[in-house]
Design a protein around this ligand. Sequence first.
Ligand code: LLP
Length: 418
Amino acid sequence: MSGFSRVNGHLTVDGLSLNDLADEFGTPLYVYSAAAITDAYHHFRDAVSGADSHIHFALKANSNLAVLKLLANLGAGADIVSGGEMERALAAGIAPENIIFSGVGKTDAELLAAMSIGIGQINAESPAEVDAIIRLATSHHHQCRVALRVNPNVDAKTHAKIATGKSDTKFGISMDECPGLYRRMAESGVITPAGLAVHIGSQIMTLEPFENAWHNLVDLAEDLRQSGLDVPGLDLGGGLGVDYATGQPAEVAAFGALVTRLFGNRKFSLGFEPGRWITAEAGALLTQVIYTKDAPSKQFVIVDGAMNDLIRPTLYEAYHRIEPVADHGAMAKKADIVGPVCETGDYLGLDRDMPELSTGDLLAVMSAGAYGAVMRSSYNTRPPAAEVLVIDGEAHLVSPRQSVADLLALDTIPAVLR
Ligand code: LLP
């Protein structure tokens, strides 16, 4: 089995001891299993193979270049949301035609850069963006493929901060506005309409929201076709979640069966933009206990990983399993696992069953391969966690730890202050 498992009681990744990795690379440290990412990618790909499906990995979930290169080698395209992510996708060897550019606020410079590399598709999210694309493509003599991202007004039943399918969010174009806008694209002379796109949110654990959104999307697409417009593709977005309590990803076979049921007999090329589902379970954040401290009502385990390394617990009240790396005896007490940052919100987990822990013990924060390292910062001038990718039983440092000097070098003191 690939990924994280206990061997003789000790937590390992693809046969390597997490203890040894911490010794070699230091903590806090993100560790990823290439085999687990590969397995997840294959499972997802196989599940949606009942239709003409294309997978564009959502870079925002994990954009380390080594992880991207691994996925590119497996055949994945990229879903990007910034010019920076475009550079990353290209640097990882993803062909421009396999890149989809999403996002509500693409600047002129980003749109032009995308057009000039011959990007596969731009998902436009507003009438103003369509205007900008037509203006830029006309003046720079580009022809580009554009899909409209529809806001299907569907509740994704997920955390409010990552739900994007309701009409009161900033995402997508209302169903009513789409037909006129789609025709405008088709008649512009510089846009080749690529179809419709939808993405209703992230960390979605049931199929109903997908089904509702995709129904709306396909109805709209069929209406457009009826009116004589060419609608070659439907980009069905990302969003399939993982169960953080158990480490089980959402049932992808059932997701695939829904895809086949809704689209198997229709002539659309389908796009998928999974992020979390591909990498979350393939990664963990390793952290070391600095001190333990007893308070009147609880124990604190103070570790060297903090909210600047993994912000999900405090930003989304997200739960990540936290496991002692060493073989451990009975759970001794409840503890809050907290970092050194000077905020009460700086925690990795609250009220957790923990064995007796002491300085130097290692903990692994699980399911951290998505939206972990990509969201780290150097808050409190803490050099953020490094990243290691394990490939075929060998550990590769894929994002070295910055030094404090590296961080200071980002600032300059104007001469007048010297
Ligand atoms: N496509 C689009 C247009 C998106 O906005 C997203 C995620 C995805 C695909 C990938 O969604 P996924 O398959 O990973 O659910 N930082 C948050 C998650 C933000 C997701 C934003 N959009 C977290 O840590 O939970």
